[in-house]
Design a protein around this ligand. Structure first.
Ligand code: 5AD
Ligand code: SF4
Length: 495
């Protein structure tokens, strides 16, 4: 693809997609775990706001589309790219699915509840689809494949994320009257490159640097739904970062299921840290985030890069999944509790305070009370700034699905509540210690009714603050913390 560009914040006005971010934004939600039914441990200091940018779309065309996104930040960004492909083909976006010629659902299947939601949405169209093209994208598309046509015969397009390169071709078939088209291949070494990306967030821009996953965690459907690991060339990533800076963005988040497994496929063979430093060096970029890191590929040099580079944000999302070595082994996580905690030590030893967040699953098959207790003591040892906690959900095509000693749902829920309360106490203590400190905040929200503004620190903490100034959206300001709650901070702008 010769040239690509982004519809940047200057040129946009008027949102048109629905992003089901639940309480994350993972990820924008703050981190990758942005699934809609996400059971976040009361840690909204780390939630992203789900405000969408306003986007002005040319309306001189007849074909219209509506896209609704479920799941993680990778999905949200894929939808931005799919929207770009559609805009490039002359479609325009509408806010109401009833007004759209093409209705797309970009789906998540990480837990069963998320997957079920999509079929509920599809059911809504049973009697009213007349003439519309209904399409299913993403992980449920990949997982269920042509079964979707059986369950919802009014669906015309089923395409998994590993086949998005083929979307223009599939759309052309539909436009030519095709009734049922699919893109379900997984054996790909291609990444999804687009000429246009429609950016839904005016403050933070996302760049996918690696797609798919080569790990095989026994509970996880992702390697099956998103295919093998494919990294983009460092030059393509840097070119995108420069375009974003030119469009006015100052904060970039690099995305990947295992973002730190990045390996540059081009001749210069950059490692993940080289790319981090390279993106941080792009002119006018002030903040670079990355998510999600796999502990196995988390090396000390990443901490050194953060330490040496002010533009690299003071935050690492490093999912542990369990504190018990027996469960980690059964999950095939490839590290022990001790190895994981040693990496936490590196991060805590950095010269700048770096916040650490995690994902944890409770109720994995065979998890004893003692195993669960180990996850609780790991919370104490790691002192996370937030966690995303989940009850285990058996998924198709995973090796844990048929493991013996399933934990009853009621017990899983009990453990989740115990875990969240333990973490809540940790967050209260950590946030209270920040009272009196001053942070640089990138302002991304206005809470008019409360007379407050909202934004994020480099650590990704949410802070709501008062000020006598106006028009702060997108600005960097200094805020002194006056109060610390379990989920967010309160402060006043330092003028
Ligand atoms: N059940 C519960 N949680 C899961 N996750 C992934 N698969 C499952 C599953 N089958 C969680 C992990 C992962 C996050 C995105 O979702 O914690 O890091
Ligand atoms: Fe799933 Fe494990 Fe890959 Fe993460 S590393 S996407 S949990 S298989």
């Amino acid at each position: 693809m010769s040239k690509s560009f982004d519809i940047g914040i200057e040129s946009l006005a008027g949102g048109a997609t629905a992003v089901r971010e639940g309480r994350h934004g993972h990820l924008g939600s703050f981190a990758a775990p942005a699934e809609e039914e996400l059971q976040k441990s009361d840690s909204s200091a780390f939630e992203s706001d789900s405000r969408s940018a306003s986007i002005a779309i040319p309306t001189d065309t007849k074909k219209s589309f509506y896209i609704e996104t479920f799941g993680c930040q990778m999905n949200a960004h894929d939808s931005e790219k799919v929207s770009g492909v559609l805009l490039g083909r002359g479609y325009h976006a509408v806010e109401n699915p009833m007004q759209a010629d093409l209705v797309l659902y970009n789906t998540c299947s990480i837990r069963e509840k998320a997957a079920q939601k999509v079929f509920a949405r599809l059911g809504d169209w049973k009697t009213v689809a007349n003439g519309k093209i209904i399409g299913v994208l993403g992980c449920v598309a990949q997982q269920e494949g042509e079964e979707i046509f059986e369950r919802a015969p009014w669906v015309s397009l089923v395409c998994g994320s590993a086949s998005y390169r083929k979307l223009p071709e599939l759309l052309a078939q539909l436009e030519a009257g095709g009734r049922r088209v699919t893109g379900l291949d997984l054996d790909t070494d291609e990444t999804f490159e687009t000429e246009i990306t429609r950016r839904d967030n005016p403050i933070r821009a996302y760049i996918t640097i690696i797609e798919g996953c080569d790990y095989s965690c026994s509970y996880c459907v992702v390697p099956h739904t998103r295919g093998p690991e494919r990294s983009r060339s460092s030059e393509a990533v840097l070119a995108e970062a420069r375009r974003l800076a030119d469009a006015g963005y100052t904060e970039i988040q690099l995305l990947g299921q295992t973002v730190n497994s990045y390996r540059d496929p081009s001749a210069r063979k950059w490692k993940f840290v080289d790319l981090l430093r390279g993106v941080a060096a792009v002119k006018r970029i002030r903040r670079v985030r990355f998510t999600t890191s796999h502990p196995n590929d988390f090396h000390r040099e990443i901490v050194e890069a953060i330490d040496e580079t002010p533009e690299l944000c003071d935050h690492v999302h490093l999912p542990v999944q369990s504190g018990s070595n027996a469960i980690l082994r059964a999950m095939r996580r490839t590290y022990t509790r001790e190895e994981y905690l040693a990496k936490i030590e590196w991060i805590r030893a950095a010269s700048r305070p770096i916040s650490i967040t995690s994902d944890i699953i409770v109720g994995f098959p065979g998890e004893t009370d003692a195993d669960f207790e180990e996850s609780l003591t790991l919370l104490d040892a790691a002192q996370y700034d937030a966690i995303f906690s989940f009850t285990y959900s058996p998924r198709p095509n995973t090796s844990a699905k048929d493991m013996p000693d399933a934990i009853p749902e009621a017990e899983k829920s009990r453990r989740l509540a115990v875990m969240n309360e333990r973490q809540r106490q940790i967050q209260i203590a950590r946030n209270e210690k920040l009272v009196g400190e001053t942070f640089e905040v990138l302002v991304d929200a206005r809470h008019a009714a409360r007379g407050q503004w909202g934004g994020r620190t480099s650590c990704n903490r949410l802070i709501n603050f008062t000020t006598t100034r106006e028009n702060l959206l997108g600005e960097y300001v200094s805020v002194q913390v006056t109060r610390g709650g379990p989920n967010s901070l309160v402060g006043e702008q330092v003028l």
